[in-house]
Ligand binder design. Structure first.
Ligand code: NAP
Length: 317
């Protein structure tokens, strides 16, 4: 069965594209991956999505977007895309659980996932004191000490945020100098609850078998190791775009973010569009993702309009 449009991913970008394409009678098929709703389902309250003066819970916002897309005729299916063929149209997708799918246009909105350090004790203590989401888990550390690993804007933002709950938030960074913008650094530095452990590389996360008790770090100058005691560890060292399955198929930057023509969602393959965090490492907001999702829907609709000779009624069953 051939589709007019398939959307990969169900974060704000993919769901907004689905609303727009469904309203344009493009009958989009949306493939939901292992984390339906994307990163917003890992957060609690979203206070900066316009239209919700009292805030809205992340999962509820995503659920609402999905219902809105379904109301106009978008179809959702669970599946894991293992391969795409974009050399010629229709594009072919191999999807675990769904088999081979064909589509005339493809919207990629597979988002990004938090990077991990890859040190002992990290994965096994995820959810037991190790977290990649301060917004989701900060609440559990009321009155405690936490550390945050990273020196970028995310680490600064999360350090400041965590002081709402924790008594002390120690930033551990592998260099003397922070990567974060001046304003974010100053905000964190101006907060009495934030302390600093610079030029230290985390080597192991330590637990008592039930919960995290500390993180072992190596001083990059002296080479000495020390244990920093803590109740929680937040890892904020950036994100990886979810583009593994597209390697060699589309133009990407050296970090794997899909390249689009500025001001559009066009990739280097005509008919393939990218929106949301998978093509944006700068803004990474729900509202910017939603905005680019709208752009991708309009770009793909206009792409097909330019090929008005295609008789869709014969291909859809
Ligand atoms: P980032 O800018 O890439 O910073 C990642 C930080 O983690 C860096 O300090 C890096 O150290 C450190 N790091 C990376 N891998 C590491 C490892 N294996 N071990 C130890 N440390 C490691 O990522 P980000 O902070 O998530 O920001 C991403 C983008 O979003 C940026 O463009 C940022 O400006 C933007 N952002 C903006 C805001 C805002 O304006 N409100 C908030 C959050 C994010 P090095 O410095 O040594 O490389």
């Amino acid at each position: 069965m051939k589709h007019k449009s398939i959307i990969l991913g169900t974060g704000p970008a993919g769901l907004t594209a689905a609303v727009y394409l469904a309203r344009a009678n493009m009958e989009p098929l949306v493939i939901e991956g292992p984390e339906p709703g994307g990163q917003l389902t890992l957060t609690t309250e979203v206070e900066n999505f316009p239209g919700f003066p009292d805030g809205i819970m992340g999962p509820e916002l995503m659920d609402n977007m999905k219902k809105q897309a379904e109301r106009f005729g978008a179809t959702f299916k669970r599946g894991w895309v293992t391969d795409v063929e974009v050399e010629s149209r229709p594009f072919k997708l191999q999807v675990d659980g769904l088999g081979e799918l064909e589509t005339e246009t493809l919207i990629i909105s597979t988002g990004a996932s938090a990077k991990l350090l890859g040190i002992p004790g990290e994965k096994e203590n995820m959810g037991k004191g190790v977290s990649t989401c301060a917004t989701c888990d900060g609440f559990f550390f009321r009155g405690k000490k936490v550390v945050i690993i990273g020196g970028g804007d995310s680490a600064m933002e999360e350090a400041t945020f965590l002081t709402k709950f924790a008594n002390e938030v120690q930033v551990i960074h592998r260099r003397d100098e922070l990567r974060a913008s001046k304003i974010m650094q100053e905000r964190a530095k101006g907060n009495d609850k934030v302390t600093w452990a610079l030029n230290k590389t985390p080597v192991e996360m330590v637990s008592d078998g039930m919960k995290i008790t500390g993180v072992k770090v190596k001083d990059n100058e002296s080479g000495e190791e020390e244990l920093i005691e803590t109740d929680g560890i937040f890892v904020a060292i950036g994100h990886n775009p979810n583009t593994e399955f597209l390697k060699g198929k589309l133009d990407m930057d050296d970090k794997g973010y899909i390249l689009v023509d500025p001001g559009t969602t066009n990739t280097n393959i005509p008919g393939v569009f990218a929106c949301g965090d998978v093509q944006d490492q700068k803004y990474r907001q729900a509202i910017t993702a939603a905005g680019t999702g709208c752009m991708a829907a309009m770009d793909s609709e206009r792409f097909l309009e330019g090929e008005a000779t295609v008789d869709w009624s014969q291909n859809l069953s």
